[in-house]
Design a protein around this ligand. Structure first.
Ligand SMILES: [Zn+2]
Length: 361
């Protein structure tokens, strides 16, 4: 630990990156970059690949759909570096990656916006046009897109909203007389996904009405929800074997659930949920990044940048591979339970082969 702190201070004190990885990091053997991955060379190769990506996207003659998210090198407000990933969602490729140092932008809280700002500039400088940006509900970013990119549609990733709701309901279920909500939590979260995914883009009010109908539904009321979504879409429920106990109207738990589900700020955000594209691939990339730049190790600015860039190039090697098929020619999917979803799941296309790891270190 002492060695880590010593090298950390050393790297903070030196703005110029004059150290090698081996000098800066008390690394395990597996974390050392081979000489072939020298830092300037990594950036040169990435720039070339990025320009090729831009050229391909330019030929597609459409506006980009960017998913963006930041990852700090340590939790809380003590982070030194932030990585901002801009991924073109329909093509599933990372088109820009920014390494932001907290001292460059007035503190770690501002790193995420700074990263997005730089990614947008990098993309627009090359003449590409951004149609949609999908992020979490970072307020600073929402304001910046609203004021600086008025032509761009800003949508929210469902999972980021869902995990907040789930957390609130879990906490409610622990309160006195409120445990009746516990068996409903997964259904309520699924209902949020369904509300967004089943609605055509641009109909936020309908998404919100569908969402709010869950308050009635869990009380066994399936009609009279609103003008846009008057009654539940499900079939008759009598035949269901796993019938959950309905929430009784006007009880403490019913009132509290209504407060959580119907909170004005939440409902306004739900109107902006992205039904078509989600950013879970960025979360997956950030998990991959941990293997290139483990959180418990300290890196100099350029060493970190090289690792982040190598991870992005490695990721970009993966998409585009054909999806695995069954003998009958049907596409194969698999369910994954990634750690960052804390018990939640993702349905993934199954790839026939693992990538060879061209950039693996
Ligand atoms: Zn219903």
């Amino acid at each position: 630990m002492e060695l880590i702190m010593e090298t950390y201070e050393k790297s903070v004190a030196e703005p110029e990156d004059t150290m090698t990885d081996q000098e800066v990091i008390p690394v395990q053997e597996s974390c050392a970059l081979p000489a072939a991955c020298a830092k300037p060379e990594v950036q040169r190769v990435w720039k070339k690949e990025q320009m090729e990506l831009f050229a391909v996207l330019m030929t597609e003659d459409r506006k980009l759909v960017l998913g963006g998210d930041g990852r700090a090198d340590s939790p809380g407000h003590s982070a030194k570096y932030g990585t901002y990933t801009a991924l073109e969602l329909p093509s599933n490729v990372i088109i820009d990656i920014q390494q932001v140092q907290s001292t460059e932008c007035g503190g770690s809280y501002h790193m995420e916006l700074e990263g997005l700002r730089r990614s947008v500039a990098a993309v627009e400088e090359e003449g590409l046009s951004i149609g949609t940006i999908i992020t979490d509900r970072h307020r600073q970013i929402a304001k910046w897109i609203r004021t600086e990119l008025p032509e761009v549609q800003h949508l929210y990733d469902i999972w980021h909203v869902a995990k907040g709701i789930s957390r609130k309901l879990e906490s409610l279920a622990k309160q006195k007389e409120c445990d009746a909500i516990k068996p409903w939590i997964r259904s309520v979260v699924n209902h949020l996904y369904w509300s967004a995914v089943s609605t055509e883009s641009g109909h936020g009010d309908l998404v919100a009405e569908k969402w709010m109908s869950v308050i009635n539904h869990i009380q066994n009321v399936h009609e009279g929800h609103g003008d846009l979504y008057p009654s539940c879409s499900h079939a008759a429920l009598e035949t269901r074997a796993d019938q959950k106990k309905w929430i009784q109207p006007s009880t403490k738990v019913a009132v509290k659930v209504e407060q959580i589900v119907g909170r004005k700020m939440l409902v306004n955000d739900i109107k902006k949920l992205s039904g078509q594209h989600q950013t879970s691939c960025i979360e997956a990339f950030h998990s991959l990044l941990k293997q290139f730049a483990p959180n418990m190790l300290v890196f100099s600015y350029l060493a970190m940048q090289s690792r982040v860039t190598l991870a992005a190039m490695h990721y970009n090697e993966n998409p585009g591979r054909p999806q695995a098929e069954t003998k009958e020619g049907q596409l194969r999917f698999k369910i994954r339970y990634p750690k960052f979803k804390k018990g939640g799941f993702t349905v993934c296309k199954e790839n026939p082969h693992m990538v060879s790891g061209k950039y693996w270190v």
